[in-house]
Design a protein around this ligand. Structure first.
Ligand SMILES: [Zn+2]
Length: 71
């Protein structure tokens, strides 16, 4: 009784321009971010790897094997 339903549910935010806002995953911290905002690093296997920050990139460079399984 008395639970107020506002009826103002927000739709889940789905980017319409999914191509230009492609999400990549930072294997170090696990967050997703737009490719255009990510720091790209080429792995030993030649695959591009993306990071949210220099800090994460440096962690990966220090211990690539530790994070490679998450990429
Ligand atoms: Zn990160």
């Amino acid at each position: 009784m008395g639970a107020a339903a506002t009826g103002s549910e927000q739709p889940i935010d789905v980017p319409s321009d999914a191509v230009s806002r492609k999400l990549v995953r930072d294997p170090v911290c696990g967050m997703h971010l737009a490719e255009g905002l990510a720091i790209a690093e080429r792995s030993s296997g030649g695959e591009p790897i993306f990071f949210c920050s220099e800090e994460c990139r440096n962690k990966f460079v220090d211990e690539p094997k530790k994070f490679a399984a998450n990429a």
